[in-house]
Design a protein around this ligand. Sequence first.
Ligand code: ATP
Ligand code: MG
Length: 430
Amino acid sequence: MQKLVAIKGMNDILPPDSARWEWLEDKVRNLMARYAYRNIRTPIVEPTPLFVRGLGEVTDIVEKEMYSFEDRLNGEHLTLRPEATAGVVRAVAEHSMLYDGGKRLYYMGPMFRHERPQRGRYRQFHQIGAEALGFPGAEVDAELILMANALWRELGLQNVRLELNSLGQPQERQAHRAALIAYLEQHVDVLDEEARRRLHSNPLRILDTKNPAMQAVVEAAPRLIDFLGAQSLAHFDTVKSILTANGVAWTVNPRLVRGMDYYNLTVFEFVTDQLGSQGTICGGGRYDYLIEQIGGKPAPAVGWALGVERVLELLKEQESAVPALVPDVYAVIPSTAALPVAAATLERLRQAGVRVQMHAAPAGSEGMGSMKSQFKKADASGALWALIFGEDELARGSVVVKSLRDGAGAQSERLLDALADWAPTLQSPR
Ligand code: ATP
Ligand code: MG
């Protein structure tokens, strides 16, 4: 029979690698609590119009990256979420979550984009994102950036730089857009096919091009920042000065425009040079008009999303050590007769907080398997201790504890009745 395999660009996350994911997720939960961001979980499938309206019709995502399909039963147009901001905003509006003031939210989960799979770019990938809705001030933009920065610090990530830009307000963008189109029209011979197509639909995105032949023209193009009014500039200045006061280095990248249409004012990206061309590990910005755009009551908002795979790849690249998940104890069980007492003892140890891996009979073995093979498994498990449920000791109401690492081989007998006293000594620091 033909072997069934996962869909191209969609990965299984297997142990021991999955421990790195859990470690990262724990760090994030802990961090979010310290910044008072609360967890939100929205569906993975949403109505297609949510993304078409929310992200903008002429974005890469909506034009070519969405997994969209028709529900076979009722013909509804559905899409696997390519990002989570639109869903969060839908949920916030649907449940009138802003009725009593702003909300700080975060999420983690899989996203889906039909892209060409390569290092740091997958078709199912994972984002962790934070959104602050209902707050108009620059202090919240800065808070979100400080929070991401704190995460890099706590993960031990290095060589991540912060790029900032301001996209101003719609009116300012309109004026810039007119100037930009007029300028690009003068250089239409240099523009590639995609740029020509976007010239009148989404000229700002042309500035984001990676085509080397267009760099000179793009660099000399009218800059949005020169079209910003006093209020927009003041907002941007506040963000910058809060960051500076907190020792966070930043540079302004006037060409930073981000993929989605919905941004205004502050936009930012955290970038590294250590992941090849997939160097953006986190991106975000303000999106004060999105809620209204998808039919909610107007409210300001700002957020970011990071790519979990890219962050973990960067950690690996930097050979940053992530604590391995190993049991404290491996339980060696010589005969099936010992199973009831052994299992009950292991349950008590686990209740006391000890990590216990019980030996289980391997396929094709007689009974529990030889002592030699059990000790081999105990060693491979990484446990510090073996607990040996030998017949003679059990008859005396005790069990043997044997060290597998420091002073390997040293062993002593422990009374099962006194388990509460010795259980804590088996627990390695965490
Ligand atoms: P890129 O320019 O690399 O395509 P993007 O602007 O499309 O990124 P966002 O939509 O801002 O990315 O998503 C936020 C983060 O999610 C990115 O900075 C990146 O770390 C991650 N990301 C985006 N697309 C993918 C993907 N296909 N595979 C893995 N990670 C991704
Ligand atoms: Mg993209």
